[in-house]
Every structure is written in C-alpha cells, then in structure tokens.
Design a protein around this ligand. Sequence first.
Ligand code: CTP
Length: 402
Amino acid sequence: MVDQKNVLLGVSGGIAAYKACALTSKLTQKGANVRVIMTENAAKFVSPLTFQALSRNPVYTDTFDEKDPSKIAHIDLADWADMIIIAPATANFIGKLANGIANDMLSTTLLASEAAVYIAPAMNVHMYGHPAVMENMEKLAGWGYHFIEPGAGYLACGYVGKGRLEEPETIIKVIEEHQNVNRFLSGKKLLVSAGPTREKIDPVRFFTNRSTGKMGFAIADAAAELGAEVTLVTGPSEQKVSHSRIMRIDVETAEEMYQAMHQFFPSNDIVIKAAAVADYRPKKVYDQKLKKQPGTWQIEMERTNDILQSLGENKTHQFLVGFAAETTNPLEYGVNKLEKKNLDAIVINNVSQKGAGFGEDTNIVTYLNKQQEKEEIEIASKKEVATKLLTLINRDIKDGMQ
Ligand code: CTP
C-alpha cells in the first residue's frame, strides 16, 4: 500500500528519532519514495546524513535553505506528499500543530499540505497524559489527523508506561490498514444534506428546528476520508468542513435545499438525506418586520416539498438513503418511510434516547435496507457512526441492492 507512494516523514526532536531511521529504511524497502524533514532538535539526536543515505533523498531542516531556486521547498513538499508521517511527534510539535504555529520547515509544510497525516507520538508517560497534550491530540484528531498510539513499556527517561514510539513495522501496518479501508469509496460521488432549514416569517423571524448539522457533516467527512467526492448541501450550521474533497453548498430554506439536491442528484452515486427539513413554512413572508399587536397571532402554514420523496420518485442509478427522526415507534415509522419514499436504506434515529439525535456528539441508530436487514449501531461518535453507515451502504451496493 505504500509502494510507489510519496511519503513525507517528519522527525521531531525526541530520543525516539533513532527509530525513524528504521522506519525510513522499511518504507523505502516497501517501494515508497521517502523524503524527510527534521526539526532542528531532531538533528541533535540523529544526523540528517543518516536519513539522506536511507531515503536516498536530500533531507530538509531549514525553511530558508531552498535547494532548488525554481521551487519553494515547503510548498513543493506539501503538494508532493501522498501522506505525511510524523514520527516521533513530540509534545511540543503536537502543541504547535494544534495551534497553527508554523515557525520551522516541518510545521510550515504541514500547514500547507492537504495529504493524510499520521502522527506517532513519543514522550514521557506523564507528558503524554498531560491535559494540554491530550487536548491538543483530541483537537488534531477532530481535524482528521490520524494518531498511531504509543506503546507501553520501558521509556528512555527511566519511567515505565505509555509513551514509547510504536515500532516501525506497526506504524507501517496501521497506515497500510488505514489506507486500505480508506479507499472503498474512491471513484464514487456522494451527495449528503445536513442541518436544519429556516423558513422566514419576516426579516427578523423564522421557523427552524434543533438540528445542528453534526451528523450530516460527519457523513461528509467520513465519506471524503474513504475516498468519495462529496457534495454537502447544508442548511444554516456552525459546523466546518475540513476535507478538500468536500464541496459545500449553503442553503437556507427547504425550497433552496430542494433545488440544490435536485441539481446535484443526477451526477451522484450515493445520496444521503440527513437534513432535518421543515415540513411547513409560513404561507406569507413579510418584507417588513411585523409589529406586535394585542391578542394572539396565528400564522398560516403551507407544506414544503418532501425532498426525499421527490428524489425517490426520480431515482435512476443512485443508492438513496433517508433518515428518520422519531420519538415513538421508531422502527415502524422508519419502515413506512423506507417504502413510501422509495429508498434503498433508512437510518432510524430515536431522538429521545440519551446520546442520540440533535446537537449530541454521539448517536445511536438502526440501519435498515430494502431487504429489511437490520443493523444496530451502538452509541459512538457521529464520525464513527458515519463510517459504519458508509460501510453498510457500500456492502449493500456491492450486493446489488439498489
Ligand atoms: N425529508 C425531506 N423533505 C422534507 C421532510 C423530510 O427530504 N420536507 C427527509 C429528511 O431529510 C429525512 C426523511 O425525509 O431523510 C425523514 O424525515 P422525518 O422528519 O423523520 O420524517 P417526515 O418525512 O417529515 O415524516 P413525519 O413528519 O411524518 O415524521
């Protein structure tokens, strides 16, 4: 899996830098093109010449040491890399990356790159457990960086515990497994809708719902990581996209979402409707702010288009997946929606359960396909739930279940 791949190895300043030599050697033996960037402190532990000899490429340590005048080295390396491995990653380097600090060749290149990044930390057991380091790692993991956890054992500082750089063979195995899993949606185009919609009453008021967009964004992120080209149509949401393979289309109303979903529907292979779309909107929208009046206020509402239903009616080759947000009889209502809307699968969400539904970072869902095969996905982060859902969707597509 690393064969013919451009692997950029970042070595930061810890004693485990010596193990990065073996890693360079093993990567090269497996057919990877390896280039190495060392931090200034890493070069105090191991000579750049060692990495140069093992990788058979020049080693970079200084942002301003431009070896080729026709190129800007850190941008060139950032674009060249298919993947970046940071081994060992010190607490300091993790801290810099988590805070967007780019003050040397390695940190600058990382900020400039869109390649998959694997971080293998190595440090003292107490440093590894420090809340600052933990928080930085969580932040980076949330941005899509992959961690290869350190092993436990005897540490160079004399302590015994977690903090030892994972063995080079294991680092490569983890990366290969990840790259393998990574690819099952490559070549596929996926359209996903997320978030709530807003239905205007007047310039200052609207109807909306409790959706935050977290589940739809998690699906977009997971799909992009699995290799898909993703179009994300989202209602108003604070969520951010982090992957370059996601095209984000912002909409506000159910009607705008309807238009956008139909625009992109024909060219997509997998379509997932995770948005919480308003079923009703005010019949009349006022151009000016309405002044309050004595007594009650009645607003006449009209139905919006059911986007999923209309996509189901126009389905050609797409694998169409709906969501069902329910508070009672989730399975029964879910099955009804699956059949009524001509779906290939439905994700049933009991939003009244703790740890599931709107605004939560976790979810608990049931995936049900057209053959009524049911898979329960236990409580997990929305990203993990998304990856499991995409694995099931991929299984059903492979089984010709459209
Ligand atoms: N949906 C849609 N357009 C709408 C309403 C819902 O595309 N106007 C989609 C949602 O994105 C979701 C699925 O339909 O994928 C089910 O949504 P849900 O709110 O659970 O159910 P409804 O179809 O609105 O039915 P009900 O209100 O009876 O529960």
